[in-house]
Design a protein around this ligand. Sequence first.
Ligand SMILES: CC(=O)SCCNC(=O)CCNC(=O)[C@H](O)C(C)(C)COP(=O)(O)OP(=O)(O)OC[C@H]1O[C@@H](n2cnc3c(N)ncnc32)[C@H](O)[C@@H]1OP(=O)(O)O
Ligand SMILES: O=CC(=O)O
Ligand SMILES: [Mg+2]
Length: 354
Amino acid sequence: MRSAKDFFRPLAAGAPQPLREITVRPSRMIHFFPAANEKMRSKVPDMAAQVDVLLANLEDGVPASDKEAARDGLVEVGKAWSATDTQLWTRVNSLDSPWALDDLTAAVTEIGDKLDVIMIPKVEGPEDIHYVDRLLAQLEARAGLEKPLMVHAILETAQGVARVEEICGASPRMQGLSLGPADLAANRRMKTTRVGGGHPGYLVREDPDADDAEAPRATFQQDLWHYTISRMVDACVMHGILPYYGPFGDIADTTACEDQFRNAYLLGCVGAWSLHPAQIPIAKKVFSPDPADVAHAQRVIEAMGDGTGAVMLDGKMEDDASVKQCRVIVDLAQELSARDPELAELYGFEGAAS
Ligand SMILES: CC(=O)SCCNC(=O)CCNC(=O)[C@H](O)C(C)(C)COP(=O)(O)OP(=O)(O)OC[C@H]1O[C@@H](n2cnc3c(N)ncnc32)[C@H](O)[C@@H]1OP(=O)(O)O
Ligand SMILES: O=CC(=O)O
Ligand SMILES: [Mg+2]
């Protein structure tokens, strides 16, 4: 185990000073695009204008025959990258693959000054993060980078879930975690065949009618991901990093996608992955607080004065704890408004364009 004192010393001579706080920037959607695809790369300036995070994907979803082309595509996109408000991330191949070392080397030494975050898939425990931490420090030193890259882990193995707190606390580079429901389902031997979302077979049924055993009984579909998302959120908050829901594969089912994203938002996630342009506005809507909630939260904050005690508002008791919840909503609305003038206007914040 490293001593707490060593935690903020660079892991290689010449590497930048480790971060003391992660930089929190809007990241309502992490938009995936296949970096090997030339047509997709030509859309990068347009996509960058619409999303908070644009992610060049090198891992699953990219055929083995395209892995080098995807890496070259990432470098091409990074070299041309000029968007200042939008973050550029990449997802490299898993650490046990033949491509991970070259992915990390190219990402850091060729475009490390343009990248914000590197997403590492299939993280099993803190040792995976320690390996990446040291390697990134060596590569950053070689590239002469002044700012350390941040690391985002995908929670998509049973072992990763069992060790989630250790993963979150493994390095000052840790920026956040995403739930990877597709790989996690496979690894856990769940009997689903989907990329995220619910399943009609996972349900509870109401009790039989005492007078009519044959009467139909209502069923209620349950949330397959509630436990894992809640566990992930707690681990992230404990370590001051950010939790995200991952992919929703049924692109045509925009309603269920919105539901899944909203469940994650309500449980504490700050964003989700968008795999297709149709999912970008869904993530934007869901992960931006509702204007009515912002207005209500502002009223509670106003009514609570110094934030202590208890008051009645619209027949409901508000106190120190509810005002803290309201501040979460208003702080998020303000943070997002700084990037999005349309939102600032919707929320009625001062200085919003009229
Ligand atoms: C479990 C996991 O690991 S999830 C992460 C891995 N998977 C991914 O990253 C998948 C990312 N998404 C994609 O590759 C694509 O969306 C696909 C393959 C799923 C579907 O692509 P298509 O069949 O082209 O979808 P569709 O025909 O609806 O596309 C409509 C338009 O949107 C574009 N488009 C589709 N996906 C994207 C995207 N992710 N980013 C930008 N543009 C996109 C298409 O190029 C097409 O553009 P055009 O009208 O100019 O021709
Ligand atoms: O990588 C994501 C997943 O769901 O698997
Ligand atoms: Mg996966």
